[in-house]
Design a protein around this ligand. Structure first.
Ligand code: PMP
Length: 392
């Protein structure tokens, strides 16, 4: 059977996190491994009401096939929100509703990448993006992201030597590191890309989950012709809806719609109508405020516990939003070895390995703070601190 599979599927690694999550099913394990939004904030009743109302009012119409671009009302809502939140004027025709922003990544890969094409990706980077793009067998060029953003020298070098088609970025509260690019860093990235045919993908599922500080400038403002935006309702409403969107200018959108039609004709239009109804009848910003209030407290609890229980040589990011922070152990220490030790103490996290294109063992790890309450976070970090000290 091995010979039956395409090279494409054989080469793409299994989601390492799915494998880890299997270990953490044991309820006695404190897990910082998942990447899930906190289910306490899913608007169950309001979505139930929205679904009821949509069925009552629109009946059989909502069960019919729909257009590939997505429900107009929802696209208009997204356009209005860009105007209110970021002062961006996005024509509705430039917005495509996708089956989660994950599908946006796949459609971009399908639309732009031939085998061997150059693609720049953050390191560490979102493993779902590594997986989605790997299907199209590009040549990955990882560029380091650390506090403040992308390594400008390294980016300049790749752009000087190769002709990358895509530059993938998560500029706000990045998955996995929680890092945000500063305004200066964004402008420096844009200056390097300007004039080239490289397209910046700004994937922003966490941008609305800001606990502190002010919103940073979008690539769409500083380099509109070279920028594609990805957005998602997964972290602000609910991931099960599988509703995200892609913003791209006209000639690109035409091709993306072909890719979209070939993939699934259109995104679940029933889910789109229910979400739209929910958004019309409820205050999304109020809902988001509730989420970030809690995530912010949980993040503070995690930082406080790290300061108390981790050896001082361990470094960590202190994100201003999102769901993750990133820990760097002393040089030479393996986060895979730590994982083995930590599981014995009944605490889990994701080792850094899957977030690097070459999947090397590393001294880094990702901690999720959105899903555990504060006392659990403190206890879990204490156990992790003990495990780290044992490895010295
Ligand atoms: N991009 C990033 C950076 C993510 O972290 C995620 C979800 N973990 C996604 C995209 C995919 O999100 P969704 O498909 O649910 O919109």
């Amino acid at each position: 059977m091995e010979n039956a599979f395409s090279d494409r599927i054989t080469d793409v690694p299994k989601s390492f996190i799915r494998e880890i999550l299997k270990v953490t099913i044991d309820p006695s394990i404190i897990s910082f491994a998942g990447g899930l939004p906190n289910r306490l904030f899913f608007p169950v009743k309001a979505l139930q009401q929205a679904a009821h109302d949509v069925f009552e009012e629109a009946g059989d119409e909502i069960l019919q096939y729909a257009n590939s671009e997505g429900y107009l009302g929802l696209r208009q809502f997204i356009a209005d929100r860009y105007r209110q939140q970021e002062g961006l004027d996005i024509p509705v025709d430039d917005i495509l509703i996708t089956t989660g922003s994950q599908q946006g990544l796949d459609l971009l890969g399908k639309t732009f990448l031939n085998e061997g094409n150059d693609l720049i990706i953050e390191e560490p980077g979102y493993l779902g993006a590594i997986q989605a793009f790997a299907m199209y067998r590009p040549r990955f060029h990882p560029v380091t992201v650390s506090e403040g953003g992308m390594d400008i020298t390294a980016l300049g070098q790749v752009l000087g030597e190769r002709q990358p088609k895509l530059l993938y970025t998560v500029t706000n509260f990045q998955n996995p590191s929680g890092i945000s690019y500063s305004d200066e860093n964004r402008r420096a990235v844009a200056d390097l890309v300007r004039g080239s045919s490289c397209l910046i993908i700004q994937d922003d599922p966490y941008g609305d989950l800001r606990f502190s500080g002010t919103r940073k400038v979008s690539f769409k403002r500083i380099l509109p012709a070279n920028t594609v935006l990805l957005g998602s309702f997964s972290k602000t409403v609910a991931p099960a809806l599988r509703l995200g969107w892609l913003v791209a200018p006209h000639p690109i959108m035409d091709k993306l719609i072909i890719a979209k039609q070939a993939a699934d004709l259109h995104t679940d239009s029933l889910a789109q109508r229910i979400l739209y109804r929910y958004l019309c009848d409820n205050d999304l910003d109020l809902h988001i405020a509730t989420i970030i209030h809690q995530y912010g407290k949980q993040k503070e609890a995690m930082i406080g516990a790290i300061q108390q229980f981790f050896p001082p040589e361990v470094r960590y990011t202190n994100p201003a939003g999102g769901m993750f922070l990133w820990v760097t152990l002393p040089e030479g220490m393996s986060s895979m070895a730590l994982f083995e030790a930590a599981i014995k103490k009944k605490v889990a996290f994701v080792p850094g390995t899957p977030f690097y294109v070459d999947r090397k063992d590393s001294n880094t790890l990702r901690l999720n703070f959105s899903c555990s309450d504060e006392p659990t976070i403190v206890e879990g970090i204490k156990r992790l601190g003990d495990s780290i000290k044992k490895l010295y």
